[in-house]
Design a protein around this ligand. Structure first.
Ligand code: ADP
Ligand code: ADP
Length: 226
């Protein structure tokens, strides 16, 4: 499970000064469960817009999006979204940030071990009581990842999650993403402007045209990872 079907999706925005912008102009894309897809294309072409639609944060002007055959209506823990700056709650410590989704769903008491497991998984043991501003960029992204993974998503949506990190931290986190993908077998959809990153990480690369975006071509990478 975790297949995403995007059919003839059009997304238009009206700007504050009343102009209409077509961000997506008929996007068709079928993503199989367990694929690692990278979305690449020039800045402003509509990659984030497409990701937000898949997340259920926004609705298409025309066309349909579905997950495992069911229409995408609103957000769901089944589709976890990680942003470039993780968007941790600054007033919560790392433990509470990561536990947030479980608490919100009232499954917290049964899942203390689960919180510890995910804190360990992203190598943040010992930092439970730290606040986001006390951590490095890489640690914040790891916490952001754990906060989403703890909800057991079937699809992980990544909006340039490594874009703001230094090269060394980025390389480490790239390898962690590959490891996670192989281990958890979840569908991953990564928006990136880094072609090398797309080639290194994904099983297929979807190239989008400059705005208004369509799918320009799909490249099979099929690398056998070390
Ligand atoms: P990318 O992620 O590829 O850089 P985006 O999806 O962020 O591109 O944006 C695609 C286009 O749609 C851009 O021209 C952007 O300004 C516009 N856009 C995106 N979201 C909105 C919005 N909420 N209101 C108005 N315009 C938007
Ligand atoms: P809709 O509700 O019509 O589907 P969205 O909810 O996707 O549209 O867009 C609203 C969000 O996008 C807001 O958070 C807004 O701050 C942000 N936004 C507004 N203008 C732009 C823009 N030009 N580029 C990217 N994001 C934008």
């Amino acid at each position: 499970v975790g297949a995403i079907d995007i059919n003839s999706v059009i997304k238009k925005f009206t700007t504050d000064d009343g102009n209409e912008i077509t961000a997506l102009d008929g996007v068709d894309l079928n993503i199989k469960a367990g694929e690692f897809i990278s979305l690449i294309g020039p800045s402003g072409c509509g990659k984030s817009t497409l990701l937000r639609l898949i997340a259920g944060l926004s609705t298409p002007t025309k066309g349909t999006l579905s997950m495992d055959g069911a229409g995408i209506e609103g957000t769901s823990y089944e589709r976890g979204l990680v942003f470039q700056n993780a968007m941790l709650f600054p007033w919560l410590n790392i433990y509470d940030n990561i536990a947030f989704g479980l608490k919100a769903r009232n499954v917290y008491r049964k899942h203390k071990e689960r919180v510890s497991k995910f804190i360990n998984m992203v190598s943040l043991a010992g930092f439970e009581k730290s606040y986001p501003h006390q951590l490095s960029g890489g640690m914040i992204q790891r916490a952001g990842l754990a906060r989403v993974l703890i909800n057991d998503p079937k699809v992980l949506l990544l909006d340039e999650p490594l874009g703001a990190l230094d090269a060394f931290t980025r390389m480490n986190l790239q390898d962690e993403l590959i490891h996670l993908w192989k281990k958890e077998k979840m569908t991953m959809i990564l928006v990136t402007h880094d072609v090398d990153e797309a080639v290194y990480l994904s099983s297929r690369i979807v190239v989008m045209t400059p705005r208004p975006a369509k799918v320009e071509k799909i490249l099979d990478v099929n690398l056998s990872y070390p």
